[in-house]
Design a protein around this ligand. Structure first.
Ligand code: AMP
Ligand code: MG
Length: 408
């Protein structure tokens, strides 16, 4: 056990904010500048490369928000008005004949000369196409004005926006068939450890199945990265060197395990020899040891190997780093305060990210918070943040970070 982590020595642990700020600075200085143009249907999960500025007024013309009748209020004396035209969505109406009204449907252009739409529920249709209006009406009522959503020249989505179904829909409404997006970040995923074998094989003595590999590969895909699955690296210096050397054409090498101060931490040795390595001891739990470095110029992030530590450090540090390399501004997950549904009698010197879920508006936590227990995260729907040096009694507030915020 490394004495640095023991209470009373908090000074040598790095606060998670400090680590994140450094990572983001490095991400900023190696931003991916290449871009590609993609059809709108293919930009899901990608990052917008340029500001999207509207070339349209939206809506392009005033249109009706209701099924009803368009009229000019000044024409209404209390007497019924004759219906002079019928306007469906998709049609171009004539100007409203003075002293008349127009039958109009939702989304149809409001005819020139009309200043109000009355919904049909407030009217009575009489014989001979006459309509009686029963309520007083106000100018502009039930009309969606031209440019209500956006006007020509307005910035609609800034560069660096992550594109999802909503942004795709909005771009479509502005007539964009293609968008320029930042090229995908290429991430090589390495699992280290002689004890690891892949699912599907039979476990031998001392072996465990590699869970981090698939966890990270599929998570990275969800983040829009190009994943290079570099498999398992044995605990052996020569192989470590050789395999790292093969990973040339990538933007990041993301490894798990093998970066603490154990004897089998060959990744650390290889990085020191042929690049640089900073080993951070973070004031977070799980996930104390984290490495950042370079191997022959390629950035390397080494996450701790215990699966729950991998999850927490990826969510809080590697994910924001990867997003920022693509130019995303808002990279930190949303968190909100909820009352704790548990007591926390013993203050820790590291910030805890407990795997928890919300029940009746309170955060409860999984019974086993060991960093080796990934099941805690499968049970959970969020990370419950308990600040360092804090004790809690039930009802005190804690921060809650939904896992759905960080998984995508
Ligand atoms: P290490 O940092 O290599 O000492 O690993 C810390 C702990 O995480 C050890 O118990 C490892 O067996 C475990 N571990 C490391 N990598 C993985 C992996 N890819 N999948 C599951 N467990 C792992
Ligand atoms: Mg190991």
């Amino acid at each position: 056990m490394n004495p640095v982590g023991k209470p009373g020595k908090t000074g040598s642990l790095m606060a998670v904010e400090v680590a994140l700020a450094r990572l983001l600075e490095m991400a900023e200085s190696s931003r991916i500048r290449e871009r590609e143009r993609l059809p709108l249907a293919q930009v899901q999960g990608r990052i917008l490369a340029d500001d999207l500025v509207s070339t349209l007024d939206l809506p392009p013309w005033p249109n009706s928000a209701m099924d009803g009748y368009a009229l000019r209020i000044a024409d209404w004396t209390g007497e019924p008005l004759v219906v002079s035209q019928k306007i469906f969505a998709g049609q171009a109406p004539e100007a409203l004949r003075p002293g008349t009204c127009a039958r109009i449907f939702t989304g149809a252009p409001v005819p020139a000369g009309a200043d109000c739409v009355e919904m049909q529920e407030n009217t009575e249709v009489q014989e001979d196409e006459l309509v009686r209006f029963n309520e007083t009406m106000a100018a502009g009522q039930n009309i969606r004005p031209q440019g209500q959503e956006t006007t020509v020249g307005e910035l609609v989505l800034p560069a660096g926006t992550r594109l999802g179904p909503i942004e795709q829909g909005l771009s479509a409404s502005l007539g964009c068939a293609e968008l320029d997006v930042v090229r995908k970040v290429r991430v090589a995923v390495l699992s280290t450890g002689d004890e690891l074998i892949e699912p599907g094989q039979t476990l031998g003595p001392g072996q465990i199945y590699n869970s981090n590999r698939v966890l990270l590969c599929s998570w990275l895909q969800r983040l829009g990265c190009e994943v290079i699955d570099a498999g398992i690296l044995p605990d052996d210096l020569a192989t470590t060197r050789a395999r790292l050397g093969e990973l040339k054409d990538v933007d990041l090498i993301l490894s798990t395990g093998g970066v603490s101060v154990g004897e089998a931490d060959f990744l650390g040795i290889a990085l020191r020899e042929e690049g640089e390595l900073t080993l951070w001891k973070l004031a977070i739990k799980p996930g104390k040891p984290l490495t950042f470095g370079h191997f022959r110029g390629v950035p390397v992030i080494g996450l701790p190997g215990n699966p729950a530590s991998t999850l927490v450090t990826f969510a809080l540090l590697a994910r924001p780093y990867l997003l920022r390399r693509q130019g995303v501004k808002e990279v930190e997950p949303l968190k909100f305060q909820v009352p704790a549904g548990f007591d926390w009698p013993k203050a820790g010197n590291r910030r805890e990210y407990l795997r928890g879920r919300l029940e009746n508006g309170r955060a409860i936590i999984y019974k086993n918070q060991s960093s080796g227990v990934l099941r805690s995260a499968a049970w959970a729907d969020g990370l419950v943040e308990v600040l360092e040096d804090r004790t809690l009694i039930e009802g005190d507030h804690v921060n809650f970070i939904p896992l759905s915020e960080v998984l995508g």
